[in-house]
Design a protein around this ligand. Structure first.
Ligand code: ADP
Ligand code: MG
Length: 249
């Protein structure tokens, strides 16, 4: 499988504390990789390093065959490496369609000149409507975000970066606060309707991760302690001892 993301020897210290220590793995094109591990394992720190928000102390990141090491976060996004938008990018007083259209315009470089009402705005609204339709949310397109349920808002959060048609989407606990059924629906949509977008997914519900991911990487104390298919990881003695024993059973 061709790798879209290649991590090698990533290290990150906060003072004397090693939050990441020699982290290395690949994500293949279109592959869904789950990243699991107890609180404090370093998952969010790794996302911040991959996206360029935190400089690593060691290691290298290649994306789509290109070194990301010197690229600012926005340049990485332009290469097709997306993460969920920061909450500040979401406007509760605008509709679902308007929020996603804004993300489309942002990507196209139109920024917040979105209120201009140009042809580009119409095209963005169309893309937004299509994304909402694919997610089974067409009937909610004109609903204000502040009037949507927690599950629907989480869905919108995940749809916004898809407006960029990314080659890899990093999702840090997108299913937090969702029911099992809502989580399954969200992951099902991401995988079915956006099969070309690879996923790196952090989620606490390992049944969701095992059920929707092709491969799973297990971290503990800043290190990768296991990696494989869901079946392999389930059987891995080191992983079971360090992590799964306390989570499964
Ligand atoms: P996870 O997402 O797996 O729960 P994090 O990446 O958030 O773990 O955190 C890994 C470790 O690094 C934790 O012990 C956390 O306290 C520490 N950490 C994270 N960010 C910082 C920071 N900016 N300064 C100091 N310590 C941090
Ligand atoms: Mg985290």
């Amino acid at each position: 499988m061709t790798a879209i993301l290649e991590l090698r020897g990533i290290g990150k210290r906060f003072g004397a504390f090693a939050a990441l220590d020699d982290v290395g793995f690949d994500v293949g094109e279109g592959e869904a990789v789950g990243l699991i591990g107890p609180n404090g394992a370093g998952k969010t720190t790794l996302f911040n390093v991959i996206t360029g928000f935190l400089p690593p102390d060691a290691g290298s990141i290649r994306f789509a065959g290109q070194s990301m090491d010197r690229l600012a976060p926005a340049r990485r996004v332009a290469c097709g490496l997306a993460r969920t938008f920061q909450t500040a990018m979401v406007f509760p007083g605008l509709t679902a369609r308007e929020n996603i259209a804004m993300a489309v315009r942002q990507h196209a470089g139109d920024g917040l000149r979105w209120f201009g009402g140009t042809r580009a705005a119409a095209a963005a609204a169309q893309t937004a409507a299509r994304l909402l339709g694919d997610a089974g949310l067409a009937h909610r397109a004109d609903t204000l975000l502040c009037d949507m349920s927690h599950g629907e808002r989480r869905m919108i959060d995940a749809l916004m970066p898809l407006a960029l048609s990314p080659r890899l989407l990093l999702l840090d606990e997108p299913t937090a606060g969702l029911t099992r059924a809502e989580s399954d629906r969200l992951l099902g949509i991401l995988r079915r309707n956006h099969a070309d977008t690879a996923l790196l997914l952090v989620a606490h519900d390992i049944d969701i991760v095992f059920g929707h991911c092709d491969r799973v990487v297990v971290m503990d104390l800043g290190r990768v302690i296991g990696c494989g298919t869901p079946a392999e990881v389930r059987e891995d003695a080191v992983v079971r001892r360090a992590y799964l024993g306390t989570m499964v059973g």
